[in-house]
Design a protein around this ligand. Structure first.
Ligand code: UD1
Ligand code: CA
Length: 452
């Protein structure tokens, strides 16, 4: 059995924020949610989050089946924080203690740590740092066994020179915590109940303290301020970019790439600089995305081109489409094979049929557009009457002249040609020419007004 305890009661004063620290985000997701993801990957039987500052907000944001919250009203130290969950811990479970503000920890490192735990041993994640200042130091005896953790503020000269430090992450049998935690004292430099004091208890009880190390330092880096947040964000994005490149995605500059969700790509896709991917984005093969595009919850078919500065959300693009530059595809946009959406075109809840084109400066919303349709520049579906939304239907092979207003609800039959500048309020029949504009008058002998 595995119980995971996540400490998330701290205020995060140095974030200088009204929001509790653990709700600040990395790759668009709360720090603590990254940690919870790891807990799920480890298939924890229970996840207990210790909340304090902004408890209500934290609980609201994290509420989900399998997650329990325990309030630590006063932050009297890491040991005190874990004491709050004692009544919920199973004696036979392995208890893994994580931190809500250490978001890059990896599942493999945690699994390795948990594997050390038994009735006669606990696991402690340590790391050796060039500059160990601020961290608890790992004190080892002549045999090299861990005998204590000494906090920076309680350490003597010799202990301060130790470079191996406590990451804070540890795994212990529940029954051992149940024995040791109630006995903690706060007689130390900070007047806190230190979780780290259980190391000395373990030694006294003859329980081995087995250490393991993360694969990189960044895994155990905590966030205390906005600079560290930005640094961890870059580390995360770099790893994500490297992973995608290893899978065959071409990123023109991995340093100018942001994925805040999941991105999958087929063969030979190319992503230019400064693109942002959110939610679930899937690219087929041979998709090219120009610079400065934003895609959220989008699926893109093979051979589709998305040009610079396109903004695409909750949309489905079939194969061989051509979008942008400066296109905006809003939720519910679906482009069939070979559709073309040009510059300054906005679509919403719109199906654009096979090979149809909306090339310039148009709004197509609440519309179903058939195959082989040409929508001229400046065409607008007038879908909203101020109260309700209405639909526009455009059948196959329609030609919509430039600057047409289609006042919905309206249905344009197959093969209709609409003259430029028309305001369409009535349905058409197949193959009709529809002209709905005032007749041009040319007036002779007109004199322009003169300035008085
Ligand atoms: C702790 C460790 C130190 C380790 C360091 C790694 C102790 C006594 N010291 O020190 O050995 O090197 O982490 O970063 O454990 N928290 C609560 N409630 C509390 C106190 C803390 O939830 O009452 C949470 C904080 O929000 C934070 C985490 O526990 O997420 C660590 O607390 P912090 O005060 O930063 O511990 P350190 O002094 O850095
Ligand atoms: Ca800390």
């Amino acid at each position: 059995m595995l119980d995971i305890v996540i400490l998330a009661a701290g205020k995060g004063t140095r974030m200088r924020s009204a929001k509790p620290k653990v709700l600040h985000t990395l790759a668009g997701k709360a720090f603590v949610s990254h940690v919870i993801d790891r807990a799920h990957e480890l298939e924890a039987d229970g996840i207990k989050v210790v909340v304090g500052h902004g408890a209500e907000l934290v609980e609201q944001n994290l509420a989900a089946p399998g997650i329990e919250f325990v309030e630590q009203r006063e932050q009297l130290g890491t040991g005190h924080a874990v004491q709050q969950v004692l009544p919920l811990l199973q004696a036979e479970a392995t208890v893994l203690i994580l931190y809500g503000d250490v978001p890059l920890i990896k599942t493999a490192s945690l699994q390795q740590l948990c594997d050390k735990v038994s009735d006669s041993a606990m696991g402690l994640l340590t790391v050796s740092l060039e500059n160990p200042a601020g961290y608890g130091r790992i004190v080892r005896d002549e045999a090299g066994l861990v005998s204590a953790i000494v906090e920076q503020k309680d350490a003597n000269e010799q202990q301060l020179s130790i470079r191996e430090v406590n990451t804070g992450v540890m795994a212990v049998k529940g029954k051992h915590l149940l024995q040791w935690l109630p006995a903690l004292s706060n007689a130390n430099a900070q007047g806190e109940y230190y979780l780290t004091d259980i190391i000395a208890s373990a030694r006294q009880a003859g329980i081995m303290v087995e250490t393991s190390q993360p694969s990189s330092e960044s895994e155990v880096m905590g966030v205390n301020n906005r600079l560290q947040q930005a640094q961890l964000e870059r580390i995360y994005q770099r790893e994500c970019a490297e992973h995608l490149m290893a899978e065959g995605l071409s990123l023109l500059d991995p340093a100018r790439f942001d994925c805040r969700g999941t991105l999958t790509a087929g063969n030979d896709c190319v992503v230019d600089v400064n693109c942002v991917f959110e939610g679930a984005v899937s690219l087929g093969s041979n998709v090219h995305i120009g610079p400065n595009c934003y895609l959220k919850d989008v699926s893109v078919g093979d051979n589709t081109l998305i040009h610079a500065y396109s903004h695409i959300e909750q949309a489905e693009l079939d194969a061989a489409c051509n979008v942008g530059p400066y296109a905006r595809l809003r939720p519910g946009s679906k482009l069939a094979e070979g559709a073309r959406i040009g510059n300054f075109v906005e679509t919403k809840k719109a199906l654009i049929g096979k090979g149809s084109k909306v090339n310039h400066l148009s709004y197509v919303g609440d519309a179903i557009v058939g195959e082989g349709v040409n929508v001229g520049a400046g065409t607008i579906t007038c879908n909203y009457d101020g109260v309700n939304k209405h639909q526009t239907l455009i059948a196959d092979d329609v030609f919509v002249g430039s600057n047409t207003a289609l006042v919905a609800p309206v249905s344009i039959a197959k093969g209709t040609t609409i003259a430029a500048g028309s305001t369409i309020t009535h349905d058409s029949k197949q193959e009709q020419l529809v002209v709905a504009r005032t007749k041009q008058r040319n007036i002779d002998g007109w004199h322009r007004p003169k300035k008085k």
